[in-house]
Every structure is written in structure tokens, then in C-alpha cells.
Design a protein around this ligand. Structure first.
Ligand SMILES: [Zn+2]
Length: 308
């Protein structure tokens, strides 16, 4: 089993890798448990504290910077050229999906604040703003996009004000009604700092939506039947089993003031209209979870937290 072949072809080598021994979420010492790539001597590690799965070696920041600036095809969430550049087909679909889970808790307000963390242009935040307005929840929305890319979604919609701030520690507002962190935390070398900042900036009765990869079980299943499964290493540093979403609260926030509203397999990234085969396979793998609930082959996980 190899790391992302394209990246190896482009020259990922031993000198681009540095050891990782401590969990970037909770600080516990990691425990190695299985081979990921024998040629580069990369092994999987698991954190006994929070349960996150990772690797005993990660790419250097220099390599990651080089990779993200050169491989926009493979890592298109970093592509500033596309106004709607996100890793998700039809961002209005995820906006409606989030709204479905939070709407019964939302109080009518004149103005809402949304933070789109790591969302590229912020199109997902914009689409959620439109869903809130169209459903009569509020009249105006400010969308704060936290991303190092300077590629803000272009709109002349008078009801939605888009702004960009980077990094998250420069975000001064502390009362966001909804924070979106979709497919971004897995890229952060030390996600505890950013996770703490996201929980800190949730308003009372505000929400945090997180979507992460939970791909390790798929990797082991594929390995058993001799099929390659791309963990998107070294871009994806962390893999998040379901128990992590409960565990993380005590490491980055106050468990007495945060509740877990939803924790479940993530909404599929692709639609049957856009990528039929991939979308169908994704749905077939996720489906048994809804019957058995212990089914691990779902590929990704999502959670919604609420500050109480
Ligand atoms: Zn940990």
C-alpha cells in the first residue's frame, strides 16, 4: 500500500517527513499500531487520550506548502481560481443539510453571524445565509470567512455581508450563530488550537458543524482485498473515529456548556447527478450504519455541537 501515488511520483521522500509522537488534539503520547507505507517506513498511530488516528511521520510544512501550491487538481479546496471552489458538490445541499438539524433550535433574529472556517471562498457560508433568510429566520447575515486564501465569494446580495479574516485567532467576534468547519480540521498540524478557537467563538445557543474523514477502516478493508485506498496522505494528517467527536469536547472546551446535537456518518460529498458511480458506492457503504450503528466503513463523520 502506497501513499498518494501522484505525490510520490512528484518526489515525496524520507527527508520530507518528520516524526510525530504527540497528539495534536490532546497532547497524549501516540501509540503506533500498523503499517501505512513500508517504503517510507510510515506507520499508523492512535491517540489513547482522544482516539484520533494519525501517522508516526508527517510531511514538513515546507513540503505541504509546496504541495498545496502545485497540486490544485488533487487538493482543489485550495484552488483560488474557482469562485465556488469547495470539496463538496452543490454547497447549497450542505447548507440545507445543516439547516435541517439546527432549525428547531433557532430563534428568529434580525441579524445572524456565520463563520466559514477553512471554506476557501466562503460559498458554503453564503449558501447557509441564503437558506436562513429564505426560511424567514433572519433578514441579514454576516459571513466571516477564515481562510488564508484571498478569494472571497463574489456577491452583490444586500442581505449578506461577506468578510475575510485570517488566522482564526484574529477573529474578534465571539458570538457566531453558526460555525462551519467542513473538511478542514484534518489538514491542520495541531488542530487543538483551532478547535479551541472555534468552540470559544460559538454564541450561547450557537452551533458548530464539523465534517471530517473517518477513512482508516476503509483503508484496512481495502488492504485485505488488495485494493488501493487513498487516505489523502500527507494532506490529511488526522482521521476521526466516532468516539472522538464526544471525547474532544473535554480537551478543547467545557463539557458543561457544550452539547453534541448530532454525530453520524457525514453527508456524501458527491451527488448521483454529478458523479453517479462514486455517489452510489458512497451511499452503499454508509447505508448499513443506519441499521447496525456499529458499522465503521462510512468514510467520513460529521457532528453538530451547540453551546448551552
Ligand atoms: Zn489525542
Amino acid at each position: 500500500m502506497k501513499v498518494n501515488k501522484k505525490l510520490v511520483d512528484e518526489g515525496l521522500k524520507q527527508s520530507d517527513l518528520i516524526p510525530q509522537t504527540v497528539c495534536g488534539v490532546c497532547g497524549e503520547t501516540l501509540e503506533e499500531f500498523g503499517d501505512f507505507d513500508r517504503d517510507l517506513d510510515i506507520r499508523f498511530s492512535r491517540c489513547p487520550g482522544c482516539g484520533v488516528v494519525t501517522y508516526n511521520k508527517v510531511a514538513t510544512q515546507e513540503y505541504l506548502d509546496h504541495m498545496y501550491s502545485n497540486y490544485n487538481d488533487a487538493y482543489d479546496w485550495y484552488n483560488p481560481g474557482e469562485n465556488e471552489s469547495v470539496t463538496f458538490a452543490q454547497p447549497d445541499r450542505i447548507a440545507r443539510h445543516i439547516f435541517k438539524y439546527i432549525k428547531k433550535h433557532l430563534a428568529d433574529k434580525t441579524e445572524f453571524k456565520i463563520m466559514d472556517f477553512g471554506g476557501g471562498s466562503g460559498v458554503m457560508g453564503y449558501k447557509l445565509a441564503k437558506v436562513l433568510i429564505l426560511n424567514g429566520i433572519c433578514d441579514k447575515v454576516t459571513v466571516t470567512v477564515v481562510d488564508y486564501l484571498d478569494a472571497l465569494y463574489r456577491t452583490d446580495d444586500p442581505a449578506v455581508y461577506m468578510e475575510r479574516v485570517f488566522p482564526v485567532h484574529d477573529v474578534e467576534t465571539i458570538d457566531y450563530d453558526v460555525i462551519i468547519a467542513s473538511a478542514i480540521i484534518e489538514h491542520l498540524p495541531k488542530p487543538s488550537d483551532e478547535m479551541k478557537a472555534l468552540f470559544d467563538r460559538m454564541a450561547v445557543d450557537g452551533f458548530l458543524y464539523c465534517r471530517m474523514p473517518y477513512a482508516y477502516p476503509m483503508f484496512t478493508l481495502a488492504k485485505k482485498i488488495g485494493v488501493d485506498f487513498d487516505m489523502l496522505y500527507p494532506g490529511h494528517i488526522w482521521d476521526f473515529p466516532p468516539e472522538w467527536f464526544e471525547n474532544v469536547i473535554k480537551f478543547v472546551s467545557d463539557p458543561d456548556h457544550v452539547s453534541l446535537v448530532v454525530s453520524q456518518p457525514s453527508i456524501p460529498e458527491t451527488t448521483l447527478n454529478s458523479h453517479f458511480i462514486r455517489a452510489l458506492v458512497t451511499r452503499m457503504f454508509k447505508a448499513p450504519w443506519y441499521v447496525f450503528h456499529k458499522w465503521p466503513f462510512v468514510g467520513g463523520w460529521e457532528a453538530i455541537y451547540r453551546r448551552i
